[in-house]
Design a protein. Structure first.
Length: 373
């Protein structure tokens, strides 16, 4: 199969779909790999590194015109969507639920689009979302700590405090992969940390790991309101796979937070969990609503792009190899977990969560698979 890797064009996005090592694996299996000039240069992967791995360089028009499988990181931007064609396979993060424009363009392209964020594993987890969730969760505390600085609009609070002075209070909404990694970082810097979740099993796990170093609370409207109002830093770490994030924090609640408090909404890729959240970029990462600093960068791991690219490739490479070795239909038939990643099949939407969010009819996965060419 001919695999193409374009350079990412989203604002301040430096990750790349395949590392030279991953490209070499595909070439060893007999596949042709084309990579756009300088696709990985910003994070230390030169064109020469890819050529040494057996890949060939291509301009973006040739790459999209000739490759059968496009491997990316972020959702395709408008210019990239215009280049997709019928019968082509796209394997990347999509986050379609809050993005009707992208969804409609991909449906119109006739391409088959598999989303990293809805591929599952035998435990029901999301193995291709997990590495970036780990990065984003850890970055949430790093970013939030910076935003708390007075010069950036924050309260002027040091999360770890100093002797004789209270520590900063961090409230984490959700104890999944993002929340657990944010928790580890927040405890590490010495903050006062509370985690809210609706799963008693998650709360037991976190309590067993951290004991009295943290506070775990079952998430209700009352406990969430109390904790958010008292927080210096709130981390939104909720996820409903494939679907829009629930709006847990109302605009009215944001207005009641402490002046200079910070909201880091890691769920922004799926629309955000606060009513006041809107996507930002690494170029302009924050804005202020009712004296609350909002950090809502939609590609947080892009800031640590080399680490993030290597972690992502470790997870995606087996699936890329399966698609290239077997073809899309056979690969999906053989792996029900990869099949769960199928969001669009040759012009038909197949993800129920996206269909519900955007009010678009959904074709059952079994029917979509049977109809694939």
């Amino acid at each position: 199969m001919h695999v193409g890797v374009p350079k990412e064009i989203k604002n301040h996005e430096y990750r790349v779909g395949l590392t030279p090592a991953a490209a070499a694996e595909l070439v060893m299996h007999g596949h042709q790999v084309s990579i756009e000039h300088n696709a990985g240069a910003a994070i230390g992967f030169s064109d020469a590194d890819y050529q040494q791995a057996g890949a060939q360089l291509a301009d973006v028009d040739t790459l999209f015109a000739e490759a059968q499988l496009i491997v990316k990181v972020k959702e395709p931007q408008a210019a990239e969507r215009a280049r997709l064609r019928e019968g082509q396979i796209l394997f990347t993060y999509l986050h379609l639920a809050p993005d009707p424009e992208q969804t409609n363009d991909l449906l119109a392209s006739g391409a088959t689009c598999i989303a990293y964020e809805t591929v599952t594993d035998a435990r029901g987890h999301l193995p291709l979302l997990a590495p970036m969730s780990e990065v984003a969760g850890r970055m949430a505390i790093q970013a939030g700590a910076g935003c708390l600085e007075k010069a950036r609009g924050g309260r002027g609070v040091l999360l770890g405090g100093v002797p004789g002075v209270p520590r900063g209070k961090v409230v984490i909404l959700g104890g999944g992969v993002v929340g657990s990694n944010a928790l580890a970082m927040a405890v590490g810097v010495g903050a006062e940390v509370t985690v809210l979740d609706k799963s008693p099993d998650v709360l037991r796990r976190l309590d067993a790991e951290y004991g009295n170093r943290i506070q775990t609370l079952y998430s209700t409207a009352t406990t969430l309101e109390q904790e958010v109002i008292a927080a210096d830093l709130v981390v939104g770490a909720v996820l409903i796979p494939g679907a829009a994030a629930p709006k847990l924090i109302s605009a009215e609640l944001i207005a009641r937070m402490q002046p200079g408090a910070v909201m880091v909404d890691v769920a922004i890729d799926q629309g955000g969990c606060a009513e006041t959240s809107r996507p930002t970029t690494h170029a302009e990462p924050t804005y202020i609503v009712d004296q609350v600093v909002h950090y809502c960068v939609a590609n947080m791991p892009g800031a640590v792009a080399r680490t993030a690219t290597q972690a992502l490739n470790n997870a995606t490479l087996p699936f890329v190899l399966a698609l290239a070795n077997k073809g899309v239909r056979q690969a999906l038939e053989d792996d029900p977990h990869l099949l769960n990643g199928l969001n669009i099949a040759e012009g038909k939407l197949t993800n129920v969560g996206v269909g519900d969010a955007l009010n678009i009819a959904v074709q059952p996965l079994a029917d979509a698979l049977a109809a694939l060419s």
